[in-house]
Design a binder for this molecule. Structure first.
Ligand code: CO8
Length: 258
């Protein structure tokens, strides 16, 4: 059993569940929490017993943003010295799918954290927003970049310039989240989805994730070529042989991740 300072971590049916655990400050993301979170994601990513990761908070908050207490007195030299986004950027390289189960506030860094995940299940009470502008700053962990790619320029600018949060229903309408479910069903729905993905051949899952992020980052031509190479690569796996054989033999495949 491992001791965590700001997280609760569980494993069931090859799905790891990470709960952000600073409820007294609505899971504000201080430096220690983000360090611990990213270390944990990387450890779970290396663990063969884990095939999918669910990240959640509590009913009141997924995360209400970066910890304002830690930033209030900081100047630019201190912020540059902290170099906190080097840790943050490592989330991008987690190979297993990460599903955010979001209830309550997902604001500022909390919204950016949800967007850094691969899929988002929202409870009806979820509120997404980038209120940094109200503090005299702006997003620093992808809020202007990921949000714009996800929902387009017009909606992104409205959210970013007003700082007003949007409801779960609105987030669904503009394509920020995959689905909206009753608040109390949010984690279960995310776990159900995670277990479905955990049954799939891990190498195919991994390359699909890689190829989709490539699509956000490159030209269509280069992306198509990338996709094709990933596709060919899967023909070297035992799971490809098993998947196609099982189809022909009309039985359920059993995937090994090799
Ligand atoms: N940082 C520190 N403490 C917080 C934060 C926060 N972001 N959010 C809430 N808290 C604390 C409150 O200070 C309060 O503490 P206390 O009980 O000691 O007074 C406790 O949590 C409960 O909060 P409230 O009493 O304010 O609860 P309400 O229900 O009245 O309001 C709100 C809930 C609307 C969510 C309100 O707390 C709020 O506006 N919070 C701040 C939201 C915000 O501005 N977030 C953006 C922060 S800036 C940012 O995220 C920059 C990202 C850059 C990169 C991030 C990398 C990690």
């Amino acid at each position: 059993e491992r001791a965590y300072q700001h997280l609760l971590v569980d494993l069931s049916d090859r799905v790891a569940i990470i709960r952000l655990n600073r409820p007294e400050v609505l899971n504000a993301l201080n430096l220690a929490l983000v360090d611990e979170l990213v270390d944990t994601l990387e450890r779970l990513d290396r663990d063969d017993a884990v095939r999918c990761i669910v990240l959640t908070g509590n009913e009141r908050a997924f995360a209400a943003g970066a910890d304002i207490m830690e930033m209030a007195e900081a100047g630019v030299v201190e912020m540059k010295r902290r170099n906190q986004f080097r840790v943050w950027d490592r989330i991008r390289w987690i190979t297993k799918p990460i599903i955010a189960a979001v209830n309550g506030y997902a604001l500022g860094g909390g919204c950016e954290l949800a967007m850094a995940c691969d899929l988002i299940i929202a409870g009806e009470n979820a509120r997404f927003g980038q209120p940094e502008v109200n503090l005299g700053v702006m997003p620093g962990a992808g809020g202007t970049q990921r949000l714009t790619r996800l929902v387009g320029k017009a909606r992104a600018l409205e959210i970013l310039l007003t700082g007003d949060p949007i409801t779960a229903e609105e987030a669904y309408r503009i394509g920020l989240v995959n689905r909206v479910v009753p608040t109390e069903a949010c984690l279960d729905e995310a776990l159900r989805l995670a277990r479905r993905i955990a049954e799939k051949p891990p190498m195919a899952v991994r390359l699909i994730k890689e190829a989709v992020y490539k699509a956000l980052d490159t030209t269509l031509q280069d992306g198509m070529e990338y996709e094709r190479n990933c596709f060919y690569l899967l023909f070297a796996t035992e799971d490809k042989a098993e998947g196609m054989r099982a189809f022909l033999e009309k039985r359920r495949p059993s995937f090994k991740g090799r």
